[in-house]
Design a protein around this ligand. Structure first.
Ligand code: ADP
Length: 374
C-alpha cells in the first residue's frame, strides 16, 4: 500500500505543538514530508535551538504516530533549526546507508559546563571506570573544576571507586546535588537505582536517564564533566552518545587484539554521531613485578598505540597493570587522590594533561548530534 504525504499530514494534524492547541500541521513548523519508494517517511520540525528540549517529546510523538500508520516501514523525524522561525523548515535529507551524520544537531549544551568528555570502552572489564575516575582526579589536580557522571547503566561502579554511598540531596524540585568525591562533583546512576536491581534498559529510558543526570543535577560551573559510559557499542551506548552534548570521547582498551577489535568499534560508533575522538588509552599495559622489578606484558604491549595510529586518532598514553591501582580502586580510595605524587598518579596526571591540551583546542561542548543512519 502506497503512503501519501496527505496521509502523513492527516496523522500529524492531531498532535499539539504548544499549549494553545495549535497542531503541528498548522504550526508552520513542519517541513515538506518525504515518502520514499519503500514507504519510509521523513520530515523535520523547525525549532529555535532553545526550544529543542521542549520539542523533543513532540518529535517522538510525531514519529510514533506516523510509525503506527498501516504500511509505513520506517520514520525519520528530526528537529531542525536550519532556517529562521518564520520560514518553512527545509526538506529533510533522507537517510542513506553510510551517510555522513550529525546534521541537523539538536539538544542544548549544558549551561556552565565547558567540556563534556565520554570515557568509553568497546567491552567491559578493561578498566574504563578506574581510568575515568583517576583521569577526573588528574584534571582536578591541575586546578580545573571537574565533575564525574557515572552513566554506566549496566554496572555503575563510581560510588564504589570513590567510597560514596547514600542518596543525593534534593535541592529543589527536579534538582539534585552532586556528591563530593575528593573535590570532584560526582553523580552516578548507582545513587538513583538500587544496586542489586536488575534492569532492562530500553532506548527511551536510556535517553531519559542520561538527560536527567545531565540536566537535573546542580553541576554548577565546570571546566570538564567526565562521563563514564556503559561499556560496548550497542544501541544503549549509541543513544547515550547521541543524547549527550559531547566535546569528544576517550576510548580505553587493553592491548590484546580482541579488545582492540572492540575499541575500533567504539571509535566507529563515535564517528557515526560525529563526536571527535580525543584519544585512545592503553590500560593494563606493562606489569612490573613488585618483588624483582621485572617487566612483563601480560596482555601484550603497544597494541592500542598501533591501533590508534591505524585509525588516525591520537594516542593519549598507557597505564601499567599495577596492584596499587587495583587495590586503591577496589577500596574506594583512588590512587590519584590518596597518593598524588606517587608513580601511578603521575601516569594518570600526564594523560589528564594530554587530554586537557586536546580539549583546550577543541570547541566547547556542542549540542548533541542526531543520527541520520538507519
Ligand atoms: P570497567 O569499567 O572497564 O568494567 P573497571 O574500572 O571496573 O573496569 O576495572 C576492572 C578491574 O580491573 C577492577 O578490579 C580494577 O581495580 C582493575 N583495574 C583497572 N585498571 C587497572 C590497572 N591499570 N591495574 C590493575 N588493575 C586495574
Amino acid at each position: 500500500m502506497a503512503i501519501t504525504r496527505d496521509d502523513v499530514l492527516k496523522a500529524l494534524a492531531a498532535i499539539p505543538a504548544d499549549d494553545s492547541g495549535t497542531t503541528l500541521a498548522a504550526s508552520g513548523r513542519l517541513s515538506q514530508v518525504v515518502v520514499d519508494s519503500t514507504n519510509r517517511v521523513m520530515f523535520s520540525i523547525l525549532v529555535d535551538p532553545r526550544e529543542a528540549e521542549r520539542f523533543e517529546p513532540i518529535r517522538r510523538k510525531a514519529e510514533g504516530v506516523v510509525l503506527a500508520m498501516p504500511g509505513v516501514s520506517g520514520v525519520f523525524a528530526s528537529l531542525t533549526s536550519e532556517r529562521g522561525p518564520n520560514q518553512a523548515a527545509p526538506a529533510p535529507r533522507p537517510p542513506s546507508p553510510g551517510a555522513q551524520p550529525a546534521q541537523p544537531r539538536t539538544g542544548p549544551a549544558l549551561p556552565g559546563v565547558r567540556h563534556i568528555v565520554a570515557v568509553a570502552s568497546g567491552k567491559g572489564g578493561v578498566g574504563k571506570s578506574t581510568t575515568a575516575c583517576n583521569l577526573a582526579l588528574g584534571l582536578s589536580a591541575q586546578g580545573l573544576k571537574v565533575g564525574l557522571l557515572d552513566a554506566d547503566i549496566y554496572g555503575p561502579s563510581v560510588p564504589k571507586l570513590f567510597g560514596l554511598s547514600g542518596k543525593p540531596r534534593v535541592i529543589e524540585e527536579r534538582l539534585l546535588a552532586p556528591m563530593d568525591g575528593y573535590g570532584i562533583k560526582v553523580m552516578s546512576i548507582g545513587f538513583l537505582i538500587e544496586p542489586e536491581t536488575a534492569m532492562i534498559w530500553r532506548g527511551p529510558m536510556v535517553q531519559s536517564a542520561i538527560t536527567q543526570m545531565l540536566r537535573e543535577v546542580a553541576w554548577g560551573e565546570l571546566d570538564v564533566l567526565i562521563v563514564d559510559m556503559p561499556p560496548g557499542t550497542g544501541d544503549a551506548q549509541l543513544t547515550m552518545a547521541q543524547a549527550t552534548p559531547l566535546s569528544g570521547a576517550v576510548i580505553v582498551s587493553t592491548p590484546q587484539d580482541l579488545a582492540l577489535i572492540d575499541a575500533r568499534r567504539g571509535v566507529t560508533m563515535f564517528r557515526k554521531v560525529a563526536v571527535p575522538i580525543l584519544g585512545v588509552i592503553e590500560n593494563m599495559a606493562t606489569f612490573v613485578c613488585p618483588n624483582c622489578g621485572h617487566e612483563s606484558h601480560i596482555f601484550g604491549h603497544g597494541g592500542a598505540r598501533a591501533e590508534a595510529e591505524r585509525l588516525g586518532v591520537p594516542f593519549l598514553g598507557e597505564i601499567p597493570l599495577n596492584m596499587t591501582i587495583r587495590e586503591t580502586s577496589d577500596a574506594g580510595r583512588p590512587v590519584v587522590a590518596i597518593d598524588p605524587d606517587g608513580p601511578q598518579a603521575k601516569v594518570y596526571r600526564a594523560i589528564a594533561a594530554e587530554l586537557w591540551s586536546k580539549l583546550a583546542g577543541a570547541p566547547a561542548s556542542r549540542a548533541a548530534p542526531r543520527i541520520v543512519i538507519e
